[in-house]
Write a protein that binds this ligand. Structure first.
Ligand code: IDP
Ligand code: MG
Length: 151
């Protein structure tokens, strides 16, 4: 089994609804190791680069506004970025996060418990979690400088 690193972002709905501690508690309970953590101001450029695979989706413009905190009154669009490391870390974090669509996320997962779809059809799903090894490597390098993530 591979030792992986995975990027987690506490999204603005998670921060606004004071779910940061709960999310970290769930992540810690996996036994994975926290190896990176910082608050980041999400520029338009960073948001677009992070979600570039979704640039042609109809929900993309609102996704950029969402991750930059525009729907939740988050000052400077700041988010908490975390890196967890361990065996099979990517899949294990995705499992506790739950499905992308909060209405389809299993009960007991973070998204299943605390996510919602807004009347404007925005998925508010509390956290971002890398989806595969290529994405995880790209995302950790995008959000953290070399040396900010521990071995
Ligand atoms: P993921 O966050 O579970 O990896 P992705 O497909 O990578 O899901 O989509 C990134 C984010 O875009 C989602 O977490 C969600 O906030 C938003 N999103 C994805 N699909 C939809 C949709 O069909 N409608 C509205 N927002 C969506
Ligand atoms: Mg994704």
């Amino acid at each position: 089994m591979a030792i992986e690193r995975t990027l987690i972002l506490i999204k603005p709905d998670g921060a606004a609804r004071r779910l940061t501690g709960l999310t970290i508690d769930r992540l810690d309970s996996t036994g994975l190791e926290l190896v990176g953590a910082k608050m980041v101001k999400v520029s338009e450029a960073l948001a677009r680069e992070h979600y570039k695979a979704l640039a042609d989706k109809p929900f993309f413009p609102n996704l950029i506004r969402y991750i930059r905190g525009e729907f939740h009154g988050i000052k400077d669009g700041r988010v908490l970025a975390l890196v967890y490391r361990g065996e099979n870390a990517i899949k294990r974090v995705r499992e506790i996060a739950g499905a992308t669509n909060p209405e389809q996320a299993a009960p007991g997962t973070i998204r299943g418990s605390f996510g919602r779809i807004t009347t404007a059809q925005q998925f508010e799903n509390v956290l971002h979690a890398s989806s595969d090894p290529a994405d995880a490597a790209r995302e950790v390098a995008l959000w953290f400088a070399a040396g900010e993530v521990l071995d």
